[in-house]
Design a protein around this ligand. Sequence first.
Ligand SMILES: CN(C)c1ccc(C(=O)NN)cc1
Length: 329
Amino acid sequence: QTGSANTNPSDSADDEYITNVSIGTPAQVLPLDFDTGSSDLWVFSSETPKSSASGHVTYSPSKSSTAKKLSGASWSITYGDHSSSSGDVYTDKVTVGGFSVSSQAVESATKVSTQFVQDTVISGLLGLGFDVGNTVKPRAQKTWFSNAANSLAQPLFTADLKHQQTGSYNFGFIDTTLAKGPIGYTPADGSEGYWGFTATGYSVGGAKLNRNSITGIADTGTTLLLLDDDVVNAYYNNVESAQYDDSQQGVVFDCSEDLPSFSFGVGGTTITIPGSLINLTPVSDGSSTCFGGLQSSADIGINIFGDVALKAALVVFDLGNERLGWAQK
Ligand SMILES: CN(C)c1ccc(C(=O)NN)cc1
């Protein structure tokens, strides 16, 4: 068996990607942010304070004949950007891309931070990280993918995120026609709950790859490519108008700049992010100053290959073989 779901950028800056998920009986369809950087499936619900839930599609377990309260269970999560949410837990039928898990832990939010309240285009997150990262207590729950894996044709999923176009999350199969180059595989480290891996080197503007390895995570739930300062500086030294903008908390440059590409080596292949994908968006509507898609990871303590990097590739999250596959597209 397999599943295939379309995913769409939330706005003109490709800030996040929205995928519809069916929960309960009859189906309640919620737009969720699929997140390989976390391991909780949580939703805005009938239990979320009305003032916080305003503008969001919500899940009502009381309206689902297949919903069951998971007695005594609670959850609480904080993300890298300091956003957070918490609540209690139900189990219910959850269908993604036509594939159903009959008893999936659906974490109902009784509290959500401002960033989530304001982000009305999504109704929660569907974690695609490793189960060890799940925050439900007293007993951690499995992710939707973990529950599905044994029934899928292959225990893997792929992410095909695109700039300002519809992409896909495929479960149980690899559609190699989505790629232009070969798939390079490298071991994945799931010990922290993330999809950790090591890139063997990098280069700017089509130069030869160096051998400075970069260890980080493949995170569909993070917008940017966040790397060490020495890499960020090596890149923006090639961008004449680049400067750090305190108010924007990042590197900005003239939108008219012709940005160099950024390449990294992984699994014996090279992934090249075209400069156009690194010119993310004007700092404000109509501004001629643009915000960079490559920024520093210094304040986070972990390198994050977020959507800016993922948009250049077809990425295979292979749980069965504990490996990540990257193919140029
Ligand atoms: C506030 N929102 C929508 C967030 C969504 C995802 C994340 C994240 O760090 N995912 N790996 C943080 C915040």
